[in-house]
Design a protein around this ligand. Structure first.
Ligand code: SF4
Ligand code: SF4
Length: 472
């Protein structure tokens, strides 16, 4: 049996006090001096571990509290109360919500699956990925326990082109080309975030994290410097149209490169392949209304990896601005299935992958793997405040984070995400993530339910409008 994939997580406290959801207020006046004070029974020992943060001149309890309200309900004199933190309310935007940001901070700090003391408080359904409900019907089967290892669940995926059939000559020798294929132990690669300060330090952290996780980090080729060169086996240099020089010595060292799509990209790939047959080549293209046509054409022309990129809010570009990445991924996946090309090519999707559950949902929609960007910055304590884009100071000096500390926080985040993926796979009764690809039978889509079940149930019978207007 293959050795179990293990992500080495280790607690890394933040450099800046995270912005807590609420403030704990505890008063001493009127205290009855109970034999067992509620502050001693906090399940997260928030009162015991609280300190004073000199950099922000604040009490750290707000970031330790998990909002279970046990202390608030338990104090007989109601001396412990909680109040909303106005700074927290300003975090993020409607897509990258404050909850996503603070949960990402927790995961990067601890490497653990996040807990919410008061349970899930969000809506039952929402737009985009929130309209997909995953089938967890096997959750009660203790044998499918991915994290604790009673039954091995694989999160390994392959990057590259696979032959749809094998052919042999009379001597039993294979008569077809063997394509390069690389396995990565989790269906996630890292890619450069579109914002943030200290990009060269962030790139170094991405490269080091990719090596630790045994995956890849996509870095624009023009930024590959001497500090990144030692990590080249875990980097995917990315080239804009016309920027690839096939004499670049980098191409002999790298295992994969990524080219932005352009009309002559397949000719460029043929040229590259004739010199570097072992080099994996990914083609990145924006998720537009023509995405399915283009992906079919590229897969038919022999593409190995197609990378479909949406914007930071998981929306398509140009004529597909109103479409979500989940729908665009399904379109491409189904088109490749129809064209009998789906198993030949690897499909990676990116843009707006913000939570561990988005990884599973993108794969259910038909991706083989995802590329993540902004969560890497958030793991490094970024607040998505956009000050850097406006030329203002970064509130967390992101560019100055030490590479080892930053790497461990990114590794922690991916450790927590991988454990959540294992939980989802275990709860679905699946033993490997490859089986999840395109498995829409393992999920319910709210749009479909609304159309097929709720609409007929709640539709008014024909003629009822007339009856409404004219009860006589
Ligand atoms: S609300 Fe819960 S987690 Fe927060 S301090 Fe009180 S007991 Fe601890
Ligand atoms: S915290 Fe704000 S200023 Fe700093 S990198 Fe993040 S978005 Fe940019």
């Amino acid at each position: 049996m293959a050795e179990k994939y293990h992500i080495p997580v280790k607690a890394v406290p933040p450099r800046f006090k995270p912005i807590g959801k609420s403030t704990v207020l505890d008063w001493g006046e009127g205290c009855l001096r109970c034999s067992r004070c509620v502050k001693e029974t906090c399940p997260y020992q928030a009162f015991r571990h609280r300190t004073f943060d000199n950099s922000s001149m604040t009490d750290t309890i707000d970031s330790l509290c998990k909002n279970c309200f046990r202390c608030v309900q338990g104090c007989p004199r109601e001396l412990v109360t909680k109040a909303a933190n106005p700074e927290y309310k300003l975090l993020g935007d409607p897509y990258w919500t404050k909850e996503i940001i603070s949960v990402t901070w927790q995961q990067a700090e601890t490497g653990r699956i996040p807990v919410s003391g008061a349970g899930y408080g969000g809506p039952f359904k929402g737009p985009g990925f929130d309209s997909i409900w995953t089938d967890m019907s096997e959750i009660v089967r203790p044998t499918r326990d991915g994290i604790h290892g009673r039954e091995y669940i694989s999160t390994t995926v392959d990057l590259g082109r696979k032959p749809l059939f094998l052919s042999f000559n009379d001597r039993g020798e294979m008569t077809m080309p063997v394509f390069p294929l690389v396995e990565i132990p989790l269906p996630i690669i890292l890619t450069e975030p579109s914002l943030g300060v200290g990009k060269s330090q962030v790139r170094l952290i991405m490269a080091m994290a990719a090596k630790t996780l045994n995956t890849f980090a996509v870095i624009p080729a023009e930024h590959l410097n001497d500090r990144l060169r030692p990590y080249i086996r875990h980097l995917i240099p990315q080239y804009a149209p016309g920027m690839l020089n096939s004499d670049d010595p980098l191409l002999q060292e790298a295992r994969a490169v990524e080219l932005w799509d352009h009309p002559n990209v397949t000719t460029e790939i043929d040229r590259l392949k004739s010199r570097y047959p072992e080099l994996l080549i990914s083609i990145i293209l924006p998720a537009t209304g023509q995405g399915a046509d283009r992906c079919q054409a590229l897969a038919g022309a022999g593409a190995e990896i197609i990378h479909l990129n949406a914007d930071n809010h998981a929306q398509g570009y140009h004529d597909a601005q109103e479409k979500h990445l989940k729908d665009l991924t399904r379109q491409v996946h189904l088109r490749l299935v129809e064209a009998v090309l789906r198993d030949a090519v690897t499909l990676i999707v990116s843009g707006g992958i913000a939570m561990a559950e988005h990884v599973a949902k993108a794969i259910i929609c038909g991706a083989d793997a995802v590329a993540i960007d902004l969560p890497l910055l958030i793991a490094l304590e970024c607040r998505l405040c956009s000050h850097c884009q406006e030329g203002d100071d970064c509130p967390v000096d992101l560019g100055k984070i030490h590479e080892r500390r930053g790497t461990q926080r990114v590794v922690n985040l991916l450790g927590a995400w991988n454990n959540q993926l294992l939980e989802v796979l275990g709860a679905m009764g699946l033993r490997e993530v490859r089986r999840l690809r395109g498995e829409v039978g393992r999920a319910m889509f709210f749009e479909d339910l609304e159309k097929e079940i709720f609409a007929p149930l709640f539709a008014k019978p024909a003629g009822s409008e007339v009856m409404d207007r004219d009860p006589n």
